[in-house]
Design a protein around this ligand. Structure first.
Ligand code: ADP
Length: 588
């Protein structure tokens, strides 16, 4: 990820780097002005300056004559202010460029994560919660911004600053500077250890946050059940426990990361003390060339290296912390869909004859959920899947739409294995009406079109086919009525019919219908049934039936039990056979 980042923004990062070099050089020159100023103030002359200061003052004297003391002092101060202004301009310039780099990187990352989210394999949520996916997309991205990007920015500034300042300090007095350099590795080692601790605890921190958000998400989705079962107390207790675990871990992470700054500052100040003692001794002994004025410049510049040293070490700590978030994002982006196009995948030309399950077996993990299933869905016919809960009906429908690939056997579309076709093309053959109807907090019109271009006449026609038209027209805003979050403003039957209209509008040849298990009022149920019966005249329908009363008109009823097809035939044939279907009917 870091390599991709550097190569994408190479020229901008180079610009940031160059502006930072400029910033550091201007800082050094600002500090150079201290020596002439102090000399002027305490010794009343500009004679005997160190070579760098003498050089700078000579250049200034060419532009502005330095013929008296107070004029010289004003000129020195004005030059220092000017240099300071230019230095800050360079700093702002580099941040200005960096602002684009940071936000553009995050913008792209968020897009990639969302793109991944809408193509996640369905099986992903068998093991992971939705909250976890949201944490990765929102919080981990934010964490990368705070830590990784900030540390990259620091890496582009502070090493340059450190090298330039050190070079200048060595130039002023190498003996003294050797001491300063000796103290640095100690600081790096201590901070490095802290960084290691931080990475470990922040990984736990991110995981716990994911669990906490998952619980919040689940609570909001199941609010109705929580009220119905008076389970507020239980939900709250669980939240409080998760929150407590999160809080303990968060405290640890905060404390560890807050330690980085005071620790490095303390190490910095201690080294200033060492420098003061040694430098002071050198000045007092008058044996070396270090004058008091130069020593003051030295100290001023030396305090400047504390910031880059502490920044570099805290950047390491931040980077480690951010790595935990980056690892989680990388993991997420690397999830592969198990249903993928083969290299020579074909476009789907159409559906003319049948879809055939040939000796199909399937397992989610170890045990087979479907075993040796043989089933034909002829074009234009209605096939109903019945059987006890857990028999494998939904799994069979998921395989039909290729949400998963089969583990054994094959599914053939007009005699061609579906794995030979492009997934997106193949799925276009189907329109799904699922049991847990998902409506968005939007108008009925938008919920029916779901973004696919359609005229009002087409939407009305679909609504009529789904038996929802009259109800929609009775609403004050008609098709522009907003259905509330997840469609709470509609009854179960109305939601199901809106989703049937949605499926009809798609004009897909095959309708896959997962009948709602929750009880609907008789009128709603009758309206749904009527619309399904009407639709089955023009479409191929595969219906997962939870109520046997709805399947009597099906062309083929397929009875599943324990993942096997135990019987197939029409209602009359199966009743006459007095087998599994007959048993189901008389016991219902
Ligand atoms: P039905 O629709 O007939 O009630 P399903 O097809 O939903 O049955 O489930 C068949 C079996 O597969 C059940 O034992 C169920 O526990 C299991 N199952 C369903 N979905 C998953 C999944 N995503 N991961 C693992 N096992 C699953």
């Amino acid at each position: 990820m870091v390599r991709a980042f550097v190569s994408r923004y190479f020229f901008r990062l180079l610009g940031v780097f160059l502006l930072n070099v400029l910033y550091v050089l201007l800082t050094v020159f600002t500090f150079v002005m201290i020596e002439p100023f102090v000399k002027l103030l305490f010794r009343g002359t500009l004679e005997g300056l160190s070579p760098v200061s003498a050089f700078v003052m000579d250049k200034i004297a060419v532009l502005v004559p330095l013929d008296n003391l107070s004029r010289s002092m004003v000129v020195i101060i004005v030059c220092a202010v000017l240099l300071f202004f230019l230095r800050n301009l360079a700093a702002y310039g580099s941040q200005w460029v960096m602002a684009h780099v940071r936000s553009d990187f995050l913008y792209r990352l968020r897009n990639r994560l969302y793109d991944k989210m809408i193509s996640l394999p369905l099986g992903y949520f068998t093991k992971q919660s939705r909250g976890d996916a949201v944490t990765r997309a929102v919080n981990d991205t934010q964490e990368v911004e705070y830590t990784v990007l900030t540390s990259i920015q620091k890496f582009l500034t502070d090493p340059v600053a450190l090298i330039c300042y050190l070079a200048f300090l060595f130039y002023i007095d190498y003996q003294l500077s050797l001491w300063a350099v000796l103290l640095m590795p100690v600081a790096f080692l201590i901070i490095g250890f802290l960084a290691h601790l931080l990475k470990r605890s922040s990984k736990t921190y991110r995981e716990r946050l994911g669990v906490l958000l998952a619980h919040v998400e689940e609570t909001l989705a199941g609010l109705r059940v929580i009220y119905g079962f008076n389970a507020q107390e239980r939900a709250y207790r669980k939240f409080a426990r998760l929150n407590q675990e999160f809080h303990q871990n968060q405290k640890k992470v905060y404390r560890q990361s807050y330690l980085a700054n005071p620790l490095s500052e303390f190490l910095g100040v201690s080294s200033v003390m060492v420098v003061l003692v040694i430098g002071g001794t050198l000045v007092l002994s008058e044996r070396s060339g270090l004058t008091a004025e130069l020593f003051i410049t030295y100290i001023a510049l030396f305090t400047q290296i504390i910031t880059p040293v502490s920044n570099i070490s805290s950047a390491f700590a931040d980077f480690r912390r951010g790595e935990a978030a980056m690892d989680r994002i990388r993991e997420f982006l690397a999830i592969e869909d198990n249903v993928e196009d083969s290299a020579d995948a074909l476009p789907v030309e159409g559906f003319t004859r049948d879809i055939h399950f040939h000796d199909v077996s399937f397992s989610y993990s170890d045990a087979n959920v479907l075993t040796h299933v043989d089933l034909t869905v002829p074009k234009g016919k209605t096939v109903a899947l019945v059987g006890p809960s857990g028999a494998g009906k939904s799994t069979l429908a998921d395989l039909l739409m290729r949400f998963y690939d089969v583990s054994g056997g094959e599914i053939l579309l007009d005699g061609v294995p579906v794995s030979r076709y492009r997934v997106a093309d193949y799925r276009r053959l189907f329109a799904l009406v699922s049991q847990d109807v998902m409506l968005f907090h939007d108008t009925i019109y938008n919920n029916i079109t779901l973004g696919c271009p359609a005229t009002m006449a087409e939407v009305e026609e679909a609504a009529k086919a789904a038996n929802i038209y009259d109800f929609v027209m009775s609403l004050p805003d008609g098709f522009h009525h907003v259905v509330g979050d997840r469609g709470v403003a509609l009854s179960g039957g109305q939601r199901q019919r809106v989703s049937i209209a949605r499926a009809v509008l798609r004009k897909a040849p095959v309708l896959v219908l997962d009948e709602a298990t929750s009880a609907m009022d008789t009128e709603s149920e009758m309206l749904v049934r009527q619309s399904v019966e009407a639709l089955s005249k023009q479409h191929t329908v595969v219906m997962i039936a939870h109520r046997l009363s709805t399947v009597q008109h099906a062309d083929c009823i397929c009875v599943l039990d324990g993942g096997c097809v135990v019987e197939q035939g029409t209602h009359e044939e199966l009743m006459a056979r007095k087998g599994a279907y007959y048993q189901l009917v008389i016991s219902s």
